[in-house]
Design a binder for this molecule. Structure first.
Ligand code: TXA
Ligand code: MG
Length: 336
């Protein structure tokens, strides 16, 4: 299959709508990362998504909507808390898990009785959802296991020949995937941290919000997996990454001693006399989030075998950065 990589024009948007109406899959930009989208009401369209990215079938997909009417179509019930959050954070990087309606096929929910829903903040995808009138199922547009793509070229690198169209909307401004919050149980629980933080959600709801166990540690075989995405191998470059939790001096020494590539902050790179890949500014979690996945891919572009990542902050957006980095490091952390 030929894969067309094109900037969004009226003609290209119309073509994307046609593909979606024909139950095919297209890659589109969102404010978080690029996604691979298909008609969320069609089992066979959703199966095409799993095939294109070789995703395990037990990992459910997020459904993307463009208005509140669609929310009532895809969710069986809409708790007051969901509306409060949607009012503040949509369109934007927050996915809310609710009980699913009957129009959501099992292929999306991986057999669960819930569905993750989000209204993305990008004019192109909102126009396509609105024009087709269809909620769109969409995971990140990477090959399963690879870092999520934050620009159209990375989607092309992973999926060329597997999908007909990639719309190039430039670099994604958030850079890490949406916060995934479950409102399907008694207490709100964050399954995946993102740009919208635990503190922000808790403030809007005026109640406690929990963090799911697998966010900052590896789940053991006995742990009950509430969100399948927490257990799969994720975000890994070919290069072996290890997180080094240490002062700058000790970090620098360790990098030079072991001849590893320094995967670090801008401020560190200036002071390390060796190969460095920068993933943002020190103490600036938003810049680290925006650059993390690009930097992970850069490790492979320069042919690095072994990289030592400087430890990010773990509060607010930093938790999202740490969560992704920990998985790309396959949970290797060295404390010095
Ligand atoms: O920002 C984003 O969320 C991007 C863009 C494209 O919207 N999408 C994305 O999708 O990151 P994906 O499929 O790569 O990640 C979805 C995550 C997975 O960890 C999955 O297990 C979890 O959300 N998830 C989805 N539906 C769920 C459900 N019903 N219950 C529990 N976890 C769910
Ligand atoms: Mg993903």
């Amino acid at each position: 299959m030929e894969t067309l990589l094109a900037k969004p024009s009226q003609d290209i948007v119309d073509r994307a709508c046609e593909y979606i109406n024909n139950k095919q899959v297209v890659a589109l930009p969102t404010e978080t990362v690029y996604g691979l989208f298909a008609d969320a009401t069609s089992s066979c369209a959703c199966e095409e998504i799993f095939k294109a990215k070789e995703r395990p079938m037990d990992n459910p997909l997020i459904v993307h909507i463009c208005n509140y009417n669609m929310l009532t179509e895809v969710a069986a019930e809409i708790p007051e808390d969901a509306l409060k959050l949607a009012d503040v954070f949509w369109p934007g990087p927050l996915t809310i898990i609710l009980k699913k309606s009957d129009i959501i096929p099992d292929a999306i929910s991986a057999g669960l009785d819930t569905v993750g829903i989000r209204m993305p903040q990008n004019p192109v995808i909102l126009e396509i959802i609105s024009k087709t009138g269809l909620p769109l199922a969409g995971p990140s547009a990477n090959r399963s296991g690879r870092p999520s793509p934050t620009n159209a070229q990375y989607v092309y690198d992973d999926l060329k020949g597997r999908i007909p169209l990639i719309i190039d909307g430039g670099s994604c401004k958030v850079g890490v995937e949406s916060t995934v919050l479950s409102l399907a149980g008694d207490t709100p629980v964050i399954f995946r941290p993102g740009y919208v933080t635990q503190k922000q959600i808790s403030e809007v709801l005026g109640k406690q919000v929990l963090l799911s166990k697998g966010i900052t540690e590896e789940l053991s075989a006995e742990d009950k997996v509430l969100s399948p995405g927490l257990k799969h191998r994720h975000y890994a470059p070919k290069c072996e990454v290890t997180i080094i939790n240490a002062s700058f001096e000790k970090y620098r020494e360790k990098v030079l001693q072991d001849g590893a590539v320094a995967f670090c902050f801008e401020e560190y790179a200036d002071k390390i006399d060796g190969q460095c890949v920068v993933y943002g500014r020190k103490g600036d979690s938003a810049s680290q989030a925006a650059n993390l996945f690009t930097a992970l891919r850069k490790l492979d572009e320069i042919g690095a075998n072994k990289a030592y990542a400087a430890m990010p902050d773990m509060d607010d957006v930093g938790l999202a950065v740490y969560n992704r980095l920990l998985r790309s490091a396959e949970f290797r952390v060295v404390n010095l």
